[in-house]
Every structure is written in C-alpha cells, then in structure tokens.
Design a protein around this ligand. Structure first.
Ligand SMILES: Nc1ncnc2c1ncn2[C@@H]1O[C@H](COP(=O)(O)OP(=O)(O)OP(=O)(O)O)[C@@H](O)[C@H]1O
Ligand SMILES: Cc1ncc(C[n+]2csc(CCOP(=O)(O)O)c2C)c(N)n1
Ligand SMILES: [Mg+2]
Length: 317
C-alpha cells in the first residue's frame, strides 16, 4: 500500500465535510456558518512535540486538541480540518496509519469537526503532522489577545502544569506516571468554553507556550500590564515551592484557555459548569508582575517555550 491507498482507505471515510469531494479532487470547498470564519494551524514533529514511542492514537488526539484550543480561545466553535501527514520512510510501520486514522476520526467526531482534505507525503525525517482547523465565531468577531481593558480580571480554565509533570516523569523518572496522559493528549475545556469566551471575554488565547509567557503576550497585545497571584493558579498536583510554581507556569503544553473579563462577568464565569479560576488582573502600564500571598516575586527571564531559542532542551526521541 502507498499514498493513494492510504487516502482512499483511511482518510476518505473521515472526509465528512460537504466540500471534501470524497478526497478525489484538488481542493476542498470550505463551509461557512453564520458567524465569521476563522482558521488556525498547528504542526507536531516527532521528538519535538511527542516522543517516538508515544502511542499513535494519542499523537492523533493531541494533534486535534492543540488546534481546538486555539479555536475555543477565539470564542468560536471548531468547523472543518485539513490534515498534512509526513510519514517516515523508515522506522515506523505504515500499518500504524490505520490506527492513526481511526483515532483521528474518533477525536474529530468528539468535537464535531469534519475532515475536508489534506496531503500525504513521505519524509526522510521523523513523523510530521499538521492540522489546519477552521472555526465559526460565536460572537460578531473573533475574541483577540488585544482586547483587554484596565481592571479586567484574568481567568484560566482547567489545570496548569500536568504536561510538565508528565514530561518530568518520562525524561527523569521524577513526579508521577499518572501525568503522562496529559503530555500525550492534553485535557481540554469543553466546547462551551468557546461560548463563555465569546460572551464574556474582552481578550483571550490558549495556553500553549507557558501560562506566564502567554499572559505577558495577552497583556502586551492589550497595551496593558498583568498581575498574577501565583497561589491562585490551579496547578496540577500540589506546587510546594516557588521554583516549582514558576517551572509549571512557564513550560507550556497546557492547552487551557486564558482570558480577561470585566469583574461584572465574574458571577457568570464562576457558574460556567467547568473549572475556571481567577488568577490575576490587567492594569494600566506594561509587563508582567507576580505575587505569592501578596509578596512580589522575581520572575525568570524565560517565561515561555519558544522554538529555536538558545538554551531550549535539545530535540529528543
Ligand atoms: N510560518 C508562519 N507563517 C505565517 N504566519 C505564522 C507563521 N508562524 C506563525 N504565524 C502566525 O503568528 C501568530 C502567532 O503564532 P504562534 O504560533 O506563536 O501562535 P500560538 O497559538 O501561540 O502558537 P502555538 O500554538 O504554536 O504555541 C499567529 O497569527 C500565526 O498564524
Ligand atoms: C518530546 C517532547 N519534547 C518537548 C516537549 C515540550 N514542548 C514541545 S512544544 C511545546 C510548546 C508548544 O509548542 P508549539 O509552540 O509548537 O505549539 C512544549 C512545551 C514535548 N511536549 N515533547
Ligand atoms: Mg494559540
């Protein structure tokens, strides 16, 4: 079996988008709902975003989720997807493509996403994946990082740092095995989080690179300063020291949602039906400052994951 058979057998059955043309044409016609149409793309590379021995099922799940978080964080509902699959020419059984497509199909269904098309290639390197995902805004426009106002409260969904704990377990045998699942396929807030953000957030984004760095980005985009109260952050497990808090809050791979909202919305947000925690606020000024129980803390220079930065851990498999 090769490219054409993989597409026909494994991906065509998933291509439920009305404009997918059964994956037999050059282009897909994308659907547009009532709200503005948005798109995001996130790639995943073996040894950079996942380990070579991660189950192919979780690689498929993570690929979908890292994109869904961007759509929810814009106050939108996921729509249609385009998949790029770069399969290694050696070292990985092509029989895994079937398992990958089964898991991908289940995960796309879970979020109501319809596959519209994609591309399949062989690569001399490791497994490479990229998903492009559209979304339909639930409000009149996407919620941007830059809409925050002075006095807005800052909220985060779910927990922060579970994937970091999974990585420490995998690479150093530190922490507990139970966190590995969060590294392999992050837990996301539910679809309703997109509605909450559309209705109440002045600014929002997903937390992919690290809570502290991402909050600094949101504040900068809004032309404001941000203050974070670290003892309020819903860390996965118990963070017992400042060093641990800073580590969990600056590593990334969380895919939770970070947003700013007027204090008038706080009652509604607290009763959203899923986990959302107030962690800080936006003020006039610039930059990020942090406190623990009211005491200012010094923040490290590096607050987020960044590809290509000197000092980033080496690519590993
Ligand atoms: N190679 C590229 N070409 C065009 N636009 C890009 C490219 N890389 C990033 N961008 C754009 O830059 C902006 C920021 O991208 P970035 O990947 O940092 O977003 P993010 O959601 O925080 O990322 P990630 O989920 O990958 O951590 C987005 O608008 C994105 O579309
Ligand atoms: C094998 C392996 N090594 C390192 C990491 C850590 N990691 C990789 S990308 C990223 C941030 C988001 O990336 P992007 O900006 O591409 O969305 C993080 C925290 C991992 N998950 N697996
Ligand atoms: Mg993002």
């Amino acid at each position: 079996m090769a490219e054409k058979d993989w597409i026909r057998r494994y991906f065509a059955p998933l291509a439920k988008a009305p404009g997918a043309a059964g994956l037999t044409d050059d282009t897909a016609e994308l659907s547009k709902g009532y709200g503005p149409l948005i798109a995001t793309v996130d790639a995943m590379v073996e040894g950079v975003h996942f380990f070579s021995d991660d189950p192919i099922e979780t690689v498929a799940r993570k690929l979908v989720r890292v994109n869904v978080s961007d759509i929810l964080g814009s106050g939108a509902r996921p729509g249609e997807a385009l998949l790029t699959l770069g399969w290694p020419q050696a070292g990985r059984d092509p029989g895994q493509i079937r398992t990958f497509s089964d898991s991908l199909g289940t995960e796309l269904d879970r979020w109501g996403i319809l596959l519209a098309g994609g591309d399949t290639v062989i690569t001399p390197g490791g497994l490479f994946l990229s998903l492009t995902l559209t979304g339909e805004c639930l409000g009149p426009a996407p919620v941007r990082r830059g809409g925050g106002r002075p006095g807005d409260e800052v909220w985060v969904t779910g927990e922060i740092g579970a994937a970091r704990r999974g990585y420490l377990w995998k690479t150093e045998g530190r922490d507990e095995a139970r966190w590995l699942s969060a590294l392999q396929a992050p837990d996301l807030p539910p679809l309703e989080a997109g509605n909450l953000i559309a209705s109440h957030a002045s600014a929002a984004m997903d937390v992919s690179d690290g809570l502290l760095g991402d909050l600094a980005s949101l504040a900068a985009a809004s032309g404001l300063a941000a203050q974070i109260e670290l003892e309020r952050v819903p860390f996965a497990g118990r963070a017992t020291s400042l060093v641990e808090m800073l580590d969990l809050a600056s590593w990334g791979d969380d895919y939770q949602l970070l947003f700013a909202a007027s204090p008038q919305s706080s009652g509604f947000i607290e009763n959203s039906g899923f986990k959302v925690t107030r962690v800080g606020r936006l003020t006039e000024g610039a930059g990020l400052s942090a406190t623990v129980c009211g005491k200012p803390v010094n923040l490290p220079e590096t607050l987020a994951f960044e590809h290509g930065r000197v000092g980033q851990p080496p690519v590993r498999s």
